[in-house]
Ligand binder design. Structure first.
Ligand code: NZQ
Ligand code: ZN
Length: 385
């Protein structure tokens, strides 16, 4: 395993009724921007709980952050922060609202053009306003990481940035706030978290026992608790396990010091930018085909994954590799996430376009060993037709 620095500064308040704890987390007297999406938090009572916890602090609300949060929308929130001299950002919603809040927090005090925060992947970020979150959709891990993904529809772009200043100071994870999720979003969350684990695990062996066995544990939990919570959406125990598993899938712990392969996400972001597909649905399309195309490079880990996550012990190595990939594809299909472009009506002509777009961003060597070139990207998407 490589040397690493591991530091996750986000305090987690987990469980029923924990929104009330915001009263202690955000300083009394702070001027707060409450950032929200399209209205789900009003319908399910989360907004009322948040306002109670905030008491008599000065609060400005900004509604309308979209799924795949849009740059132009968020820049209006930045203007509000500047005009009203707001000091804290509170995100209440899913990953899109949290990511949007991170961008607003980083952009509000940014001296240059905030777009450069995204085009530099965070290298040009200089700091951020303090940020807290109430997460209502288990999926992205945004509640406990320093990443955000922002779309700019006007330019058909979707870019990420990472900067330590945007770790939430505190995140509330009350599984009951997720009971109102439509089945489609619960499934998206399971599929996203599953992919996050695989992209930090399914590379090549690094003799990292803690990271590997944690990752395998989280994968087994998603395979077991995912369908359980889909079948019984108001079962608190099942949903609580999904919420906590999704956080661990992308809070930095399983990825510390090990090779990583974010090619599926990078390709997926292009599919969202071009075709508007839900984030998790892009991953379900790309991941199984990526594993098929990259099966030799990932052979040792595919065998380990097959055995420890899917119990595959019979047959030749080649058969077990096949079976591990087939199980992955079947898992996505079983939770309602199609694994082909065709299922979404997307033509295979998108394959060279995605490859070209990634190349134009300098992403010509994706994957754990830089072997996912534009030609490989195209082959993966042709296979996903
Ligand atoms: O807008 P509202 O009305 O709140 O409705 C949302 C939205 O329509 C709804 N929703 C959320 N919580 C709900 C609820 N509906 C009912 N009850 C609730 N409790 O769900 C819809 C989707 O929400 P969204 O936040 O977009 O979903 P998700 O959490 O999957 O976030 C996806 C975004 O996160 C990015 C993706 O690229 C995408 O833009 N990602 C962020 C990452 C990170 N920060 O580390 C990593 C991920 O890989 C991902 O790329
Ligand atoms: Zn994701």
């Amino acid at each position: 395993m490589e040397n690493f620095t591991y530091h996750n500064p986000t305090r987690i308040l987990f469980g029923r009724g924990q929104i009330a704890g915001l009263a202690q987390e955000i300083p009394a007297g702070a001027r707060v921007l409450l950032l929200a999406g399209g209205g789900s938090i009003r319908a399910n009572g989360v907004h009322a709980q948040v306002r109670t916890a905030l008491g008599d602090r000065v609060v400005q609300e900004f509604w309308g952050v979209e799924a795949n949060p849009d740059y132009d929308t968020l820049m209006r929130a930045v203007e509000l922060v500047r005009r009203e001299r707001l000091e804290w950002i509170l995100a209440v919603g899913g990953g899109s609202v949290l990511d949007g809040a991170k961008f607003v927090a980083a952009a509000a005090g940014h001296a240059g053009d905030p777009w450069e925060i995204l085009t530099s992947a965070g290298a040009k970020a200089t700091g951020a306003l303090p940020l807290a979150a109430v997460l209502t959709l288990p999926a992205t891990g945004s509640e406990a990481n320093a990443a955000a993904v922002i779309s700019r529809r006007a330019w058909r772009e979707k870019l990420f940035f990472i900067h330590p200043s945007v770790f939430p100071r505190c995140s509330v994870l009350d599984p009951e706030t997720t009971f109102s999720l439509p089945e489609r979003q619960v499934a998206n969350g399971i599929g996203d978290a599953f992919c996050h684990v695989l992209e930090q695990y399914l590379t090549h062996p690094a003799d990292a026992a803690v990271q590997d066995e944690f990752a395998e544990g989280v994968l087994r939990i998603l395979v077991r608790e995912g369908p359980r919570t889909l079948a019984a959406p108001r079962d608190y125990a099942a949903r609580a396990n999904l919420v906590w598993a999704a956080t661990w899938a992308l809070n930095g712990a399983i990825g510390a010091g090990v090779p990583q392969d974010w090619a599926t996400h990078m390709i997926g972001h292009e599919l969202t930018a071009l075709h508007g597909l839900d984030h998790a649905r892009t991953l379900a399309v790309v991941l199984p085909s990526l594993l098929e195309v990259r099966r030799e490079a990932k052979r040792a880990k595919l065998l380990q994954y097959g055995e420890r996550v899917w119990g595959l012990r019979e047959g030749s190595a080649a058969e077990r590799v096949d079976a591990a990939i087939a199980r992955t594809r079947a898992f996505y299909e079983s939770i309602g996430l199609p694994t082909t472009l065709g299922a979404h009506g997307i033509p295979v002509s998108t394959a060279p376009e995605v490859a070209r777009r990634l190349a134009a961003r300098g992403m010509t060597q994706l994957g754990e060993r830089g072997e996912v070139t534009p030609a490989v990207v195209e082959a993966i998407l042709r296979r996903a037709a």
